[in-house]
Design a binder for this molecule. Structure first.
Ligand SMILES: Cc1cc2nc3c(=O)[nH]c(=O)nc-3n(C[C@H](O)[C@H](O)[C@H](O)COP(=O)(O)OP(=O)(O)OC[C@H]3O[C@@H](n4cnc5c(N)ncnc54)[C@H](O)[C@@H]3O)c2cc1C
Length: 374
């Protein structure tokens, strides 16, 4: 069995920043990531990041990933890629399935003094007749195909959802050579940043606000048409509003939910808030969950952005360095307070008060459970 002071599950911005912060104080963390390439979402994001200048807005996501990985290398952070954390046992023992260089797989047990769950998010799907047809996929899956695997999923794409993910992935699909036949958005207005929508509108992409997909049909076992229709306030379809679009791919950019199965397995308490993306593990101001020694950071504890994931990762890394005796409690408290102040600033942006309330509710729920003994 391998013994580590700090095990981080997930190498996205949350996991990497937790590792960097702890390693700066002297901790020797191990990061495991199920993907063959580390960096989480960052290496799929070829666009210049939105967000705050303090968090490298204007720099492409993939370049932010490179900077983080260089820092990890310099600080001696151990990283096991192609390594899925798949089991949790009492006493913080984690079972991982690691793919070795010769292509074989080996199971390892890791005894971790502390764990950070930074597993990110999974995509929501939209259900309509035909949604399981080949050619219908998540927007994130399409983004992985073009920016990571260099495979174009299709040539005529309909995107469902006009949030930032739907808009950005639509533009990247166009850059990769696909035609975006349209974007449907059930809300009466575009849901993502105007700057992303404007780029598509300038290229002549129709954005159907107040519309949804009614049905997808197939030819030769692959989607060939999407029927879209205008939605009434009760979500029924306005009779006669249907439009048939020729497509070979339908992408769903319909939001994400925390990928928190590992936290569930470990027995962490959860809360439900739709503004966090659904069920998410609760935590205190140090990002520690209701299971002692298990911390959480980033999208796995509520869907937000890379910049907030970075700050939450810093808090978890600092708190662990303090817990393990590498940081003076006063210094750790000051660093965590500063990170919370930066988070408060970041959460003043898009849907700021709703996000702030949701995150405060998550901490309040932690207190209620821990102090109330529920
Ligand atoms: C299209 C798109 C555009 C975006 N643009 C921006 C932007 O411009 N600015 C911004 O701030 N944010 C942006 N975001 C959001 C940002 O990418 C995420 O909020 C951020 O990546 C979350 O970081 P994370 O570390 O929590 O998770 P992730 O980056 O998702 O990383 C999670 C990692 O955990 C690994 N993992 C999961 N389960 C396991 C397991 N059991 N064992 C081992 N490894 C596991 C995964 O392989 C993954 O590498 C965008 C998101 C998308 C989809």
């Amino acid at each position: 069995m391998k013994t580590v002071e700090m095990l981080i599950i997930g190498s996205g911005p949350a996991g990497l920043s937790a590792a960097i912060e702890a390693a700066k104080a002297g901790v020797r963390p191990l990061i495991v990531d199920a993907n063959p390439k580390v960096g989480g979402q960052l290496f799929k994001q070829i666009h210049k990041f939105f967000g705050s200048s303090m968090h490298r807005a204007g720099t492409r996501g993939m370049n932010i990933g490179k900077i983080f990985l260089e820092q990890c290398n310099e600080l001696g952070v151990e990283i096991w890629q192609d390594c899925l954390a798949m089991g949790y046992y009492e006493g913080n023992v984690v079972a991982v399935d690691r793919r070795l260089e010769d292509g074989t797989h080996k199971l390892f047990e890791i005894q971790a003094k502390t764990i950070v769950i930074a597993t990110g998010a999974s995509e929501n799907s939209v259900r309509f007749p035909g949604w399981t047809l080949p050619g219908v996929m998540g927007a994130g899956a399409a983004q992985t195909m073009i920016n990571y695997n260099r495979v174009l999923p299709g040539k005529k794409v309909l995107m469902i959802g006009s949030g930032n993910v739907g808009l950005i992935v639509s533009y990247q699909l166009m850059q990769a050579g696909a035609e975006i036949v349209g974007i449907v958005e059930a809300l009466p207005k575009i849901n993502g940043y105007a700057v992303h929508a404007a780029k598509l509108v300038r290229e002549g992409v129709p954005i159907y606000t107040g519309y949804t997909v009614v049905q997808a049909t197939a030819e030769k076992e692959r989607v060939n048409k999407a029927i879209i229709g205008k939605v009434n306030p009760d979500w029924s379809i306005v009779p006669g509003s249907e439009i048939a679009l020729d497509v070979d791919t339908i992408c769903m950019g319909a939001g994400m939910k925390p990928l928190s199965g590992f936290a569930h397995m470990a027995g962490c308490a959860f809360t439900f808030d739709r503004f966090l993306g659904g069920r998410a593990p609760v935590h205190n101001e140090k990002m520690e969950t209701t299971v002692s020694g298990i911390y959480v950071a980033g999208d796995s504890t509520g869907i937000e952005e890379a910049n907030t994931a970075i700050e939450e990762g810093k808090i978890a890394g600092t708190a662990i360095a303090e817990r393990l005796g590498y940081l003076d409690p006063k210094d750790a408290d000051a660093a965590c307070t500063a990170a919370w102040e930066r988070l408060a600033g970041l959460r003043q942006g898009h849907n700021g008060d709703i996000r702030t309330r949701a995150k405060e509710g998550q901490i309040a729920k932690y207190r209620e459970i821990m102090e109330g003994g529920n």
